[in-house]
Write a protein that binds this ligand. Structure first.
Ligand SMILES: Nc1ncnc2c1ncn2[C@@H]1O[C@H](COP(=O)(O)OP(=O)(O)O)[C@@H](O)[C@H]1O
Ligand SMILES: [Mg+2]
Length: 379
């Protein structure tokens, strides 16, 4: 069974939307899929699937955690897809004691399916990191905004630190070395991972071998969501470079997804967008990512950097192609009369207002910049 946690650090970047629609898409590829909502305290996956009035979820199971998880698993009505709900009533994953977390991880790993998709909550709490680290191929979702990419990076940085921590036996020389760094608070926060790895290799070569193996098996996969235009695709290049340089990990690119207002209609009609409108650019993008995951599974991973580079180039091309698709879609809507020239004029007018607003802001910032430079403020 492939376990695919979906995380991202920041809330609202589309983790749940991606998890739910990927699960549907994979089940349509003929896979047996289980989707589980681990965003305790913020569960909304059932709403994306259009399932209401669910009696039981992880919250119920936690108070009977010796029982099999299957007891709270339900059919979704989509062939091949089963669902484990979360619980909005309970306090959140941060409050989950370690023993329960470990039990939950064990039970999840025992489930029987081709894919187990885990929707995770925001933040970088140990518990979120540990669910993410169940697999070396978790998905990190981000949007092109600087806040989201920075959060994605911080999430990955925390995940790597956590991975190092759980890979080293506490009583080993390396474990003690790490604990001593922890005590000198800042030294760990500022440490670069490649440097830290080198130090661990020196103080404790034996423990280092196990750690290195786990680090090599850690290659998270990126999904860039809510693009507005093709240039947004480049916003993740810095994220990738930072991961290589400071974390010593390679971030694979699974693909891009444009922002699409159709998601709102899908949500209010209680259907995953992939079912509501399979031909929408958004649905096609998720289906493409699912197909890529199945293919990676079959053909094996790209082992070399050039192959991973190609993944980033491909994502750039997809961003171009989907943008063209969106334009065609407008054309179709006009041809069928669903979108009138009046609507377009209205859209153009409101965009003009936005542009003039942005222009004013831009001028304001430029003035500020010039002032700052004149005052010799160089940072
Ligand atoms: N590509 C997209 N196009 C339009 N709306 C989107 C897209 N991705 C996510 N959304 C919307 O953004 C909001 C946040 O998404 P959600 O999946 O709940 O994020 P998260 O789980 O990361 O907090 C939801 O209202 C969702 O419907
Ligand atoms: Mg969510």
């Amino acid at each position: 069974m492939r376990i695919v946690p979906v995380a991202g650090g920041k809330g609202g970047v589309g983790k749940s939307l991606i998890a739910a629609n990927l699960a549907v898409a994979l089940s349509r590829e003929g896979k047996r899929v289980i989707l589980a909502d681990l965003d305790l305290g913020g569960s909304n996956l059932h709403l994306i699937l259009g399932m209401r009035n669910l009696k039981h979820g992880i919250g119920t199971w936690l108070s009977h955690s010796r029982r099999p998880l299957e007891e709270i698993m339900v059919e979704t009505g989509y062939s091949g897809l089963r669902f484990i709900a979360g619980d909005a009533e309970i306090a959140g994953i941060a409050n989950l004691p370690a023993s329960q977390k470990n039990m939950l991880i064990r039970r999840l790993a025992e489930l029987d399916a081709d894919f187990l998709i885990l929707d995770l909550g925001a933040g970088t709490h140990f518990n979120v990191l540990d669910f993410f680290l169940i697999s070396g191929r978790g998905i990190v979702a981000t949007t092109p905004t600087p806040t989201a990419t920075v959060n994605a990076y911080l999430f990955l940085k925390n995940a790597v630190f956590r991975l190092i921590q759980i890979s080293l036996p506490r009583k080993s020389t390396a474990g003690e070395y790490l604990a001593s760094l922890h005590k000198q608070k800042d030294s760990l926060r500022h440490a670069s991972i490649p440097q830290l790895m080198a130090n661990i290799g020196q103080v404790d070569p034996h423990s280092f071998d196990g750690l290195r193996a786990r680090m090599q098996g850690f290659r998270p996969r990126l999904i860039l969501n809510m693009l507005e235009d093709p240039e947004d695709a480049e916003k993740v290049n810095g994220l990738r470079r930072s991961c290589q340089q400071y974390l010593g990990i390679e971030l694979e690119h699974l693909g891009i997804i444009y922002r699409d207002d159709i998601q709102d209609t899908a949500l209010s009609s209680g259907l995953p967008v992939l079912v509501y409108k399979p031909r929408a650019v958004l649905s096609q993008a998720v289906a493409r990512i699912a197909a890529k995951m199945v293919q990676l599974d079959r053909d094996g991973e790209p082992e070399t950097w050039p192959a991973i580079d190609a993944g980033y180039r491909e994502a750039g091309l997809e961003a171009e192609a989907d943008f063209a698709g969106k334009i065609d879609y407008v054309q179709d809507l006009m041809n069928s009369g669903a979108l009138s020239t009046g609507d377009l004029i209205e859209t153009i007018r409101s965009q003009q207002i936005e542009i003039s607003h942005l222009r004013k802001q831009n001028t304001f910032y430029k003035t500020r910049l010039v002032q700052a430079i004149q005052q010799g403020y160089t940072r």
